[in-house]
Design a protein. Structure first.
Ligand code: NAD
Length: 419
């Protein structure tokens, strides 16, 4: 039977909780989200019809601090998917040593079929609907798939209108003009670059002799591609939802980036015109001959169905949950190293934390300080996860889960179950 994304996350928690001897009661607390909200969102369309969308906000855990997590707009958003993503946020914040718990939100919609004005109305009504449970000290949203600094600005405005004052620290991932942090836009991709280079160093490999393919050319994938190319890596294949492009001699990432992001919304890779590249489907991309594979699109991309065709020796999870737990087992048997998303893509939430701190203080750091602190935190986590993996002779995912579960469990135990 094929497990859902959420079942896969829960199975991994069970497996690692047993290894560290976690109290079964505490494990069952960690497996259940604290709060789940489903909202209905009526929107007046540009043609004056009314459409009703469904939105979610799940707060998985506040054991270690305010809940924190992105908001996703996608046709396949379900409550179960949001629960899985919220759970991973709790573990990610624990791995990264930042004082947040986990949350996630989403709206089941296809933004490609909505105008910007409709998306703005949808966003503001969603913000109003989840307002009873979000807050600067309780639950702080951020961007995720198909949401951006614009979306965060609209949420911040809706909340500010209700509160009668401008509330900077209600969301992160805002534009600089609205109290965002320098470096937040690039933070997740930068973290992917830093963890990839750290793994290469452990493997005694040089970036200049390394080929990489990346699935997803959005916020995470495109920035990771740009930064890794700057470090000398050869990016040989990239895809987005339309499929993608391939050149075994290396792609001209700055040129492709400028092409895709010269329009708003960005254009698709299928429209990129260059005789030196051939086209590749998303399925083919995952199975290309390459040193490193970076899935940076959506969950459940590497499954029992394709895992035997994966040729990369290192997989860096830019996306959340791109490898199913069953496929992960096969990768471990084959000694393919996987840097789990709760470590590899934690750069976004780390700089979100910096943004939140800066918003509270109304005192903003320069880019050098943001990037230096990001590097310090993410490489510290990388080293801890690596060392734990070596000590326990286990995978990096297992090590990251063990470390984070211990921290969340310690907070729950020390606080005591209320009342
Ligand atoms: P995005 O919306 O900016 O980009 C998503 C990209 O994936 C786009 O290029 C899109 O075309 C592509 N895509 C969508 N469906 C696809 C498919 N079926 N096959 C191939 N490509 C497909 O989103 P993002 O913010 O870059 O997020 C990507 C992943 O990274 C998600 O799993 C997200 O949860 C995770 N993540 C994002 C952040 C962040 O700060 N944005 C932080 C941590 C993790």
């Amino acid at each position: 039977m094929v497990r859902s994304f959420y079942e896969s996350v829960l199975a991994q928690i069970d497996q690692e909780a047993k290894k560290i001897g976690l109290d079964p009661g505490i494990t069952s607390v960690i497996k259940e989200p604290e709060r789940q909200l489903i909202v209905s969102i009526p929107v007046v369309t540009d043609s004056d019809d009314i459409r009703v969308f469904t939105g979610y906000r799940v707060q998985h855990s506040s054991a270690r601090g305010p809940c924190k997590g992105g908001i996703r707009y996608h046709p396949l958003v379900t409550l179960d998917e949001i629960k899985a993503l919220a759970t991973l946020m709790t573990l990610k914040c624990a791995v990264a040593h930042i004082p947040f718990g986990g949350a996630k939100g989403g709206i089941t919609c296809n933004p490609a079929q909505l105008s910007q004005r409709e998306i703005q109305r949808l966003t503001k009504r969603y913000a109003a609907a989840i307002l009873p449970i979000i807050g600067s000290k309780t639950d702080i949203p951020a961007p995720d798939v198909n949401t951006s600094a614009d979306t965060m600005g609209w949420i911040m405005d809706a909340v500010s209108m209700y509160k009668g004052q401008t509330v900077l620290d209600i969301v992160t991932g805002k534009s600089l003009e609205l109290g965002g942090s320098l470096g937040r836009f690039e933070a997740t991709g930068r973290g992917v670059m830093l963890t990839t280079l750290a793994a290469l160093e452990k493997l005694h490999r040089h970036p200049k002799d390394t080929s990489i393919v990346i699935q997803g050319f959005g916020n995470v994938g495109s920035i990771a591609a740009k930064l890794l190319a700057e470090k000398g890596c050869k990016i040989i294949g990239i895809t987005d939802i339309s499929g993608g492009i391939y050149n075994p001699d290396g792609l001209d990432i700055p040129r492709i980036y400028n092409h895709v992001y010269s329009t708003k919304p960005p254009c698709l890779l299928q429209d990129y015109d260059d005789k030196k590249v051939s086209s590749v489907t998303n399925e083919e991309l995952l199975e290309l001959e390459t040193d490193i594979l970076i899935p940076a699109a959506l969950e459940n991309q590497i499954t029992l169905g394709n895992v035997d065709h994966i040729k990369a020796q290192l997989i860096v999870e830019g996306a959340n949950g791109p490898v199913t737990d069953k496929a992960d087992g096969v990768l471990n048997e084959k000694k393919i190293i996987v840097i789990p998303g709760i470590l590899a893509n934690s750069g976004g939430v780390i700089v979100s934390y910096f943004e939140w701190v800066q918003g509270i203080q109304s005192f903003f750091w320069d880019l050098k300080e943001v990037n230096a602190n990001l590097k310090k935190l993410i490489l510290k986590s990388f080293q801890e996860v690596w060392d734990m993996g070596q000590k326990e002779a286990t995978s990096l995912r297992s090590a990251a889960y063990m470390l984070s579960l211990k921290k969340v469990a310690a907070s729950l135990e020390q606080r005591g179950i209320f009342p």
